[in-house]
Design a protein. Structure first.
Lengths: 397, 287
């Protein structure tokens, strides 16, 4: 046996990386409706199918609502199922998102995060997925193209785990990740096959054991169904850890639910989702060279929310900045801020904290922005407080 | 002495319909050779020559290349969600029957994602005009096949040919009872503008399918890379037959298979508004 492991690097965009992972996962059904900036994922997949490289049914649905409905029908027969969407498409799916999770359909969906209308905008923010936050799906976020590839494979395994059986979304920042080319290390097909195995969906159609889905549950039973969803989402993180560990063994890449960067002794920690994590890391590294104790916390698993790990990492910090690429209008802050705030409160942690709403509709988040935000946070460290709790970052006044 | 008139350059950047066009929004987003500019021109001609005051006209578009139409017409214009302009227009017309509500949008928008609104608005005979721009593809999102893509045509998601049957839209609209059903191409500028003008007079649902070149999208996958390729194709393959058997007007876009055009259906039928009034009269409270 050769001790040298062959590594295959390919230049791929985020969309192509996901399509490649889906192909390697050997899915049975792909149903989707076109929407920018995810279109290339589905285009690539349709080509793999047309070229005979992937034996799957490809259905160009008449809407996203139909696409996800098709996926649920297919998944409940035991087919490995994939769809992808963004923005308005995800919003149109909303009704069916709930059906997918409560019927426990193990679907994997890529979401190329994009702003919601109006006004019409095709660029990145997280309003689309935050609108789908409470639908009972597992939501994973990629910070770069490599992660988009890796998390897609992990997602299939996680969704199809018999103790999970839930749909999973892989989120990647529209255009910033969907359209950027990065070198990606792809696994050999065989490793993927071994890692994923066959879809062992246990409730296949069986004439001798007929089941009923989506039945009416009145006040005497409904809550028990909902509690089941609550329970399974509580146990999913543990299963994720096992799967991620196994993935680390075959790939050399380990993805915790949180991705801490210089957080151990950090006085200031900035928390973010998606591609801006990379920008923040770059800046934190520079600040470290200047002797500033800056740290960054990327979140891979946004739902179920990794409360325990978050507490562990934040408990030593003095100042926390939450970066929200969406807002909960009329609420107390951005969605991630609200999550972090309640986690801190539940655990008696009183830390100086502020929410930065940034990058809506694709407004650029530059290195200079990250620098300024860190600067504000270090000033808050000196003063003991921020001068505001919510900053709308970079908005023209 | 005879005065000699010198013919000067007649090319101008102005258009006689500039008052109806939002020039400040130009250059428009459409590709060279696209048919949408012609559709815009025909629509503003129809508005200008209709007997309906300009401030009674409103336009509603969905999302897509065709959906940009609303943004370029200098009347009250609404750019709504993908697939929903017919539903939006119904809402307007029901409370403001005095308005001349026209929907101009793409095939994907109106009969694929929005297909349900299309069939139900016709069934109800809502008094709106729907001018559907059929370019056989989802242009704006990168040329995927949809419900109007001819069987076998190539697209970004059907590299070796579309495996689905397309809609035969005039047949569908006529079967549902639309009082006015027509089909023209952007080559047939006069007939198209005339049909639009007629549609504006129709009481009830007036439907025009406009066959429009998309050289950059559909064309690039199907060997029609220039706007002129489509125009030549239309010249060679279009047949005008107002009395055509609508069972036989499906479009294949194969050379030699005719594209049948015409004002196929012109009939009268009580509108949703009329029928609703009748019910209220029967109920006894409306005189
Ligand atoms: C709910 C939803 N799904 C998908 C989209 C993405 N989208 C924008 S335009 C378009 C298709 C446009 O095709 P068509 O209506 O035929 O118009 P064309 O661009 O060809 O003129 C799509 C799918 C969207 N905006 N909203
Ligand atoms: S893609 Fe096609 S329909 Fe859209 S503007 Fe270009 S030519 Fe016109």
């Amino acid at each position: 046996m050769s001790l040298v492991k062959q590594i295959r690097m390919v230049a791929l965009t985020g969309n192509e990386a996901i399509a490649y992972a889906v192909k390697q996962a050997n899915v049975d059904v792909i149903a989707a409706y076109p929407i920018t900036p995810q279109t290339i994922i589905v285009e690539r997949l349709s080509k793999y199918v047309a070229d005979g490289e992937l034996e799957a049914a490809f259905i160009q649905a008449e809407s996203e609502h139909s696409a996800l409905s098709i996926c649920i029908g297919a998944a409940l027969t035991g087919a490995r199922t994939f769809t992808s969407t963004a923005s308005q498409g995800l919003a149109l799916m909303h009704e069916v998102l709930h059906i997918a999770s409560s019927m426990r359909a193990p679907i994997v969906m890529a979401v190329a995060n994009r702003a919601l209308n109006s006004p019409l905008n095709i660029h990145c923010d997280h309003s689309d997925i935050m609108n789908a936050r409470d639908t009972g799906w597992i939501h994973l976020f990629a910070n770069n193209v490599q992660q988009a590839y890796d998390l897609t494979l992990i997602a299939f395994r996680l969704s199809e785990d018999l103790d999970v059986l839930l749909p999973t979304s892989i989120n990647l920042d529209g255009f910033i990740l969907t359209h950027s080319v990065e070198p990606v290390e792809v696994l050999p097909d065989e490793d993927v096959r071994n890692f994923l195995g066959e879809n062992r969906y246990p409730y296949e159609i069986d004439f001798n054991k007929p089941l009923a889905y989506g039945v009416m549950a009145l006040p005497d039973t409904y809550m028990e169904f909902r509690k089941q969803l609550y329970e399974v989402l509580k146990s999913a993180p543990r299963i994720y850890d096992e799967i991620a560990e196994e993935y680390a063994k075959i790939s050399g890449r380990r993805y915790g639910k949180l991705l801490p960067y210089f957080t151990e002794d950090a006085e200031v920690i900035v928390i973010a989702l998606g591609s801006s994590v990379e920008t923040l890391k770059y800046v934190a590294k520079r600040l470290r060279r200047e002797g500033l104790k800056a740290g960054v916390l990327g979140i891979t698993m946004y739902r179920p929310f990794p409360e325990e790990e978050l507490v562990e990492i934040l408990s030593k910090a003095k100042v926390v900045v939450v970066m929200d690429r969406a807002y909960s209008y009329g609420g107390v802050g951005g969605p991630l801020y609200t999550d972090v705030l309640s986690t801190l409160y539940k655990n008696d942690l009183k830390i100086t904290i502020a929410d930065f709403i940034y990058g809506l509709g694709g407004r650029d988040f530059k290195i200079s922005d990250a620098e300024e935000i860190f600067k504000k946070a270090f000033r808050a460290l000196e003063k003991g407080s921020f001068d505001q709790d919510i900053y709308w970052w970079g908005v023209k006044e | 002495m005879v005065e000699v008139q010198v013919l000067r350059e007649v090319v101008s950047s102005e258009s006689p319909r500039d008052d109806l066009i939002r020039r400040e929004r130009f250059p428009h987003i459409w590709c060279p050779g696209c048919g949408l500019g012609t559709v815009l021109k025909c629509y503003v001609e129809a508005i200008a020559s209709s007997d309906i005051p300009r401030d009674k006209h409103v336009i509603v578009s969905g999302i897509g290349c065709s959906g940009r139409m609303a943004g370029y017409v200098n009347i009250d214009s609404y750019h709504v969600t993908h697939g929903r302009p017919i539903a939006f227009a119904e809402g307007m017309k029901i409370v403001r029957p005095d308005l001349e509500v026209t929907v101009i949008s793409g095939d994907g928008d109106l009969v694929t994602i929005g297909g349900n609104h299309f069939i139900h608005a016709i069934r109800r005979n809502v008094d709106i005009n729907v001018f559907l721009v059929n370019n056989f593809i989802y242009g704006m999102t990168g040329n995927q096949y949809g419900s109007t893509t001819p069987l076998g045509a190539r697209s970004s998601t059907s590299p070796y040919g579309c495996p689905e049957y397309p809609f035969n839209l005039p047949l569908l609209a006529a079967a549902l009872g639309a009082p006015f059903v027509a089909r023209w191409t952007t080559l047939h500028v006069r007939q198209l503008a005339e049909a639009m003008k007629k549609a504006m007079k129709v009481k009830g649902f007036a439907f025009i399918e406009i066959i429009s070149p998309c050289p950059v999208g559909f064309g690039s996958y199907n060997e029609m890379r220039e706007g002129m390729d489509f125009i030549k194709f239309f010249l060679e393959n279009c047949i005008v037959d107002h009395n055509a058997d609508l069972n036989k007007v499906a479009i294949s876009m194969r050379p030699g298979d005719p594209i049948i055009l015409g004002n196929f259906v012109e009939r009268e039928a009580p509108t949703y508004h009329d029928l609703e009034r009748e019910v209220f009269r029967k109920a006894g409270w409306l005189k």
